[in-house]
Design a protein around this ligand. Sequence first.
Ligand code: PLP
Length: 451
Amino acid sequence: MMEKRKKFILPEAEIPTQWYNVTAEMKTKPQPMINPQTKEPLKAEDLYPLFAEELSRQEINQTDAWIDIPEEVREKYKIYRPTPLVRATGLEKALDTPAHIYFKNESVSPVGSHKLNSALPQAYYNKIEGITNITTETGAGQWGTALAFAASVFGLELAVYMVKISYEQKPYRRSLMQTWGAQVIASPSMSTKAGRKIITDHPNYQGSLGTAISEAIELAMQTPNCKYTLGSVLNHVALHQTIIGLEAEKQMAMADEYPDVVIGCFGGGSNFSGISFPFLRHNIAGKTHTRFVAAEPASCPKLTRGEFRYDFGDETGYTPLIPMYTLGHKFAPANIHAGGLRYHGAGSIVSQLLKEGLIEAVSIKQLETFEAGVLFARTEGIIPAPESTHAIAVAVREALQAKEEGKEKVILFNLSGHGLVDMSAYDQYLAGDLSNHEVSDEEIERFLAES
Ligand SMILES: *Cc1c(COP(=O)(O)O)cnc(C)c1O
């Protein structure tokens, strides 16, 4: 029997008032980030030149499990939060599975992805600390669009370095950023030392997040009253994203269910962390045995084939050293369409959790992700972002496995964004022009050695 379609909507009053900081409850804390100049563990003060001070403190906070969401930020969250939790009965029926599949729909944010959950607090903290200008990088353009809107909401000037391949593949994300008032520069550019160097060394370089981060940091360091912001990887970003899982937890309770497996696609880890950590806390407390699966692209497999070591977050080496699963900060990923997942490393919290076996990771090839994305579109009506299709593909695998085993299973995945600005990728897939891409062991070894 097919279940009736159900959507779980929380009242506005139920928007969480605090974010959840999982590091406070982890038995083995992530290793500290290292200041590359002093070789000492990073202190909040080391980050003040780069990030807003409150964000710097959140970054290294391993003691407070709950951190208040400022009322001004919560007010802005009300533009699109709480987001719906949906039982994907159409997808269940198409797969003929006994599994119950739920997704948290972060695509309803005005910018089309979960990125706004961190863009709003980042813009807010910079604003109240008297900062007037901020810089950032963007891959597929999702973080840039989120920050462009957040900057306009809180009255900040924003410059965005956009990975060149995406600047060309996704011109409408550039238009969105410009409409919200941001200045957008294709990276690598001639406007920074980092950009000029890579253009000289590799004239046809299509850009990477690592390079764009270097450029954005450089501009921030050279501009008065200007700070840098980052949309993934860092601990404070994962912290802000826990609003996803905290809402989902209440909504699963409304549905009278609890997930056996929680899935998120994985770029630097922010949406995966956001949906997972609030549920993970019950595993840590020994109350549940939920599985957590990070879904990464086969062409950028840092979790499944990378190495755990200290590495830089950017190509040039301007960031602190982060203990992470990495393919090496010089890694140049293939031009797959899930631009938001083309990043060489993983955040330090998820890296530690993976090392301890508290979470799992799988890599998926591009064609399987689009197949799952199209199935989801045809059964649930939403065109998923190419990044999100990685989570859907894993949800499909889990649902088919449940069918094979004849077992009920509750699956929860995060729909991190919609793909309405990524239709050229769907065009290519539907025309049969997309291919799988997997990196060879030799390539991975070479990049790790270079880094
Ligand atoms: C940026 C992005 C991702 C990947 O980033 P994470 O920090 O790993 O979440 C995934 N999905 C969408 C829609 C994105 O915009």
